[in-house]
Design a protein around this ligand. Structure first.
Ligand code: FAD
Length: 303
């Protein structure tokens, strides 16, 4: 990316927030992926608006990343600008039974604020290792809960740089999807409506869910959680196991022994190895059961 452009980015955000040729393996929980031409930490709505206006003027491609916990970035990297929401976007405020959280706030912190204020309804998300922005886009869910159940409003910045407030219905939450997925809209913040509850019970639920995750999920390895969506009437992990793929590997990419629904990075897997393994799993599961596994993980870049 040319140095004049990078200099101009530095007029919008502090220079230390601009990383050139930044390996995406540092910003994804799969711990794979080549360099983004430029990785920029955005700290306020004003910075975001100015940056978007500049990127649009340049006709420069950009992509928003939360915690990178649902992303597989190509080994060739991303030929464009990655915008990461930090700073002002991490704020979390509680008033009565309403929590306002910035897009960059992480779910575990939001869940902790809910617990500290004796609010119930967000326990399910405490162990989902992403940001509020990512959780809203994906309608993240676990153990019977999903974002759809708790979201009151979502503030977004549209491609024209205007702020709009969407209500729960307009977000069109579905299974691991929302109206914002695959659009140019950027989530800025949300309000969550929770219920008054018993703090000890909330704490106990969060601890129980965390223990269930530790017990069932290969949390010691890089991954993006469940690699595949749950096909209607089935469990992806069971279909993969039945196809004889438990422990199947390509290089350091492996179908987890502990949870067949997770593809893990045992150390030095490349994104191509993960990708090849995804394809192999899909083909074998289809041969074995006639069921097409769709990926839940989002691919970014060329594969
Ligand atoms: C160990 C493990 C366990 C997991 N368990 C679960 C689970 O139980 N349930 C579940 O649903 N998921 C789970 N996941 C997957 C993942 O954590 C969720 O999908 C999460 O919501 C992604 O959030 P993120 O901030 O990491 O988003 P990213 O992966 O960074 O991004 C995901 C998508 O959201 C977009 N995006 C992110 N922020 C914004 C924004 N502010 N504005 C617009 N678009 C944005 C990105 O462009 C991308 O398209 C798990 C992952 C791991 C690694």
């Amino acid at each position: 990316m040319n140095s004049e452009i990078i200099k101009n980015f530095g007029k919008i955000v502090p220079e230390e927030n601009i990383l050139v040729d930044e390996p995406m393996s540092r910003h994804t929980t799969f711990r794979t992926g080549g360099p983004a031409s430029c990785f920029i930490r955005i700290g306020s709505v004003e910075q975001l608006q100015q940056m978007l206006a500049y990127l649009n003027k340049l006709e420069q491609e950009y992509y928003i990343v939360g915690n990178g916990s649902n992303l597989l970035v190509s080994d060739k990297g991303y030929n464009g600008v990655i915008l990461s929401m930090t700073g002002a976007y991490n704020q979390i405020e509680c008033r009565g039974n309403i929590i306002t959280a910035g897009a960059g706030a992480v779910n575990s912190q939001v869940a902790a604020v809910a617990r500290d204020n004796s609010l119930t309804g967000f326990e399910f998300a405490a162990g989902i290792p992403g940001t509020i922005g990512g959780a809203l886009v994906m309608n993240a869910g676990a153990y019977g809960g999903e974002m759809k159940q708790v979201v009151k409003t979502v503030d977004i910045l549209n491609p024209e740089g205007e702020i709009m407030t969407l209500d729960n219905e307009t977000m069109e939450f579905g299974y691991r999807t929302s109206a914002v997925k695959n659009t140019r809209h950027i989530i800025i913040q949300t309000t969550l409506e929770l219920q008054k509850g018993n703090q000890e019970e909330i704490k106990a639920t969060m601890e129980d869910l965390a223990a269930r995750r530790r017990d069932k999920q290969p949390l010691e390895y890089g991954s993006a959680g469940s690699t595949f969506k749950r096909p209607e009437g089935h469990f992806a992990g069971k279909l993969i196991q039945d196809a004889g793929l438990r422990g199947e590997s390509i290089g350091d990419a492996q179908v987890s022994d502990k949870h067949c629904g997770f593809i893990i990075n045992r150390g030095n897997a490349s994104a191509s190895e993960v990708y090849e393994l995804i394809k192999r799993v899909q083909a074998r599961v289809y041969e074995n059961s006639g069921i097409n596994l769709e990926t839940e993980v989002i691919m970014l870049g060329e594969f």
